[in-house]
Design a protein around this ligand. Sequence first.
Ligand code: SF4
Ligand code: SF4
Length: 281
Amino acid sequence: MGINKKIVVLSGKGGTGKTLISVNLAAADGNSYYVDCDVEEPNGHLYFKPQILEEKTVSVLIPEVNNDLCTGCKECVDFCKFNALAFGKKVILFKEICHSCGGCALVCPVNAITEIEKTIGLINIGISENVRTVGGIMNTGEASGIPIIKNILEYIKDKSGYIFIDCPPGSACIVMETIKDADYCILVAEPTIFGAHNLEMVHQLVELCNKPYGVVLNKCTDGPNPSEDFCKEKNIEIIGRIPFDSELGELNSNGKIAVRENYKNNELFYSLLNKVKEVSR
Ligand code: SF4
Ligand code: SF4
């Protein structure tokens, strides 16, 4: 196996520019992987428009109660910390909030609970020019996208090359799962007070997870930049600045990959890519 470098791009909220950056870094590198872990709202495929080579369903185990064996003791109901079980005349399962922990089957004293498979989404593997794409999508109403993300990360764990991972927004457990094996994290921030607040949240997370990281400031203008001020205050390395630019905004909103459109002779994203390779070495 050659180099396997997982670069996770994250931000405290959606619409900050993490897809713009991860898509363009993957396209600038070529022979790379673009991985969309935003399984609730994947949008990387809108840019890469990949040819799908393979699709796999992702399933979890959920309990099924044999009512002929059930004595109505309610131990399973008391055990379930997610309140996915209730007891009326028999045990009732709320599938949407079951987290597949398997605990209820273990505590049932008469082995009335078995586990059955339930499909919660899928992962797809594709190709767009020389970039391999991996994405996942969670079925509507499911409790958690974490099993899909685990499947995606398992798929890429031994792939060669640079792997640019578009993380779900925010700082919840799904984000922690995505950055668990990251070699380097890019935190994307907007130049507003709200942007700085979001940056602070993801900054706490990468510190907590003990990951190396740097910040890319997006939508930069000549005006004040509270996110930049935050970086200076915390001594955080700024590895790139993306200008607030209508041409780039238009390319992005039309689902075009700036690097493939030779945006400003590609100096911006190629120099960001070189910087990312240098700091993640
Ligand atoms: S598997 Fe876990 S989360 Fe699901 S119903 Fe049983 S105890 Fe609750
Ligand atoms: S623990 Fe088993 S026996 Fe008791 S209520 Fe649940 S399924 Fe029925």
